[in-house]
Design a protein around this ligand. Structure first.
Ligand code: MRU
Length: 383
């Protein structure tokens, strides 16, 4: 996507393929900083500290992490044990977004087939690069499919603005290009549809207020930042036509883990009869899981992220303490929205209902029955 007229992605491999560069998202929107990642430990730090964040981007960064680990390891140490240990270290950085393990395992599967160290390096670089390109393409297609929903609202309302509401940042910063939840928004804007986006600030780290607002502003899209608690009020007053959010992990039955607060938006949307869509690439499905509330691991982060708020003052980014010094705080980073509250999924293959059957209509190869041999043995892995 474009920033000040220049095409940029949130991550890229530098020309000599020796290092990876990222936009440091902790600094946005007031400072635009590029950070270099030279080692797998740099990658681990970047994911843990959320210099990069958002499910698809975490996956791509992790994939490049494995590449850097192989590139920098002394030739003799790159055995299967080393590779598997390294993958486990990368996978332990953030537990909720399934894209992370998915991408690392995808690169690992290719690397394990390679024989020499040089081959392993080449294979890892290629596999990580392909994941980045494929995620970008999946998001582009999500935009095409989601555009139909916005066009339909526009057709039905005849005149006026289409008002969307989104939570957190499921934009290109989180996804290489286009974003998931934002892809239909960019597609509608680029087609000339009059749209406006309510942007939940998304406490505690304010991914909405800092990142989504920045992205939409750079693209010239009308938007308004609101407190996390404002959505219900807007919905009651007919000020929201559709809610579109992203997801970090989605079960095969349609339960969705996304940024904390998503569940409350879904409840308010249901109560007010407002369509609530989740946009996702297939890499965000966890095909093994059936019950999101019981089975999806929910990340708990440092309570200081709740106690302190970050802002920009007199040319500097500062952290300000909010509650009494002695008060403790809890920081659950995600919640689960049950499938029954979701109107549908916008995927790269089209739109489906949040039901096991309809998801499998779009992704028939993930149907358990099709993965069995005639005598009932499992033929392929679930993912
Ligand atoms: O903690 P974060 O910022 O990584 O959480 C990100 C989200 O919850 C996004 O909505 C989700 O990853 C979808 S991104 C396309």
């Amino acid at each position: 996507m474009k920033v000040n007229g220049k095409n940029i992605r949130p991550i890229w491999l530098c020309h000599d393929s020796k290092l990876v560069k990222i936009i440091d998202q902790r600094r946005l929107p007031h400072e635009f900083t590029i950070k270099e990642l030279q080692t797998v430990n740099d990658v681990i730090m970047a994911i843990e500290k959320m210099c990069v964040r958002g499910a698809p981007l975490i996956g791509v960064t992790a994939a490049y992490g494995l590449y850097l680990a192989i590139l920098n390891a002394p030739v003799k140490t790159v055995g299967d044990d080393y590779l598997i240990k390294t993958c486990n270290k990368i996978k332990a950085t953030r537990p909720t977004a399934v894209n992370l393990a998915w991408a690392v395992d995808k690169v690992l599967a290719e690397v394990l087939k390679a024989k020499t160290s040089t081959e392993k390096i080449d294979v890892a670089r290629k596999a990580a690069g392909e994941i980045a390109e494929e995620e970008a393409e999946r998001c582009r297609k999500i935009g095409e499919h989601g555009l139909c929903l916005i066009e339909e609202i526009k057709r039905n309302q005849k005149e006026g603005t289409v008002n969307l509401l989104t939570h957190c940042n499921a934009g290109w910063l989180a996804c290489i290009e286009y974003g998931t939840a934002t892809a239909p928004i960019y597609a509608a804007f680029d087609k000339g549809i009059d749209i406006h986006v309510w942007v939940d600030e998304t406490r505690p780290l304010n991914q909405g207020a800092r990142l989504t607002a920045w992205e939409l502003g750079k693209h010239g899209i009308k938007h308004t930042v609101i407190t996390d608690n404002a959505g219900g009020h807007l919905m009651q007053h007919g000020m929201v036509d559709i809610v579109i959010v992203g997801t970090d992990r989605t079960t095969s039955t349609g339960d969705v883990a996304n940024k904390i607060g998503t569940y409350l938006k879904a409840l308010a949307a249901k109560d007010n009869n407002i369509p609530f869509y989740v946009a996702l690439p297939s890499s965000t499905f966890d095909w093994k899981l059936k019950n999101g509330i019981k089975e999806i691991p929910i990340e708990e982060r440092d309570s200081d992220e709740v106690r302190y708020i970050q802002g920009f003052d007199k040319g500097k980014t500062r952290n300000i303490l909010i509650p009494p010094e002695s008060s403790s705080a809890a920081n659950y980073a995600f919640d689960v929205t049950p499938a029954r509250l979701i109107t549908g999924f916008i995927t790269e293959r089209g739109i489906c209902k949040a039901t096991e059957d309809d998801i499998k209509r779009l992704f028939p190869e993930k149907d358990d029955g099709r993965q069995m041999t005639e005598d009932g043995r499992r033929m392929t892995e679930d993912r």
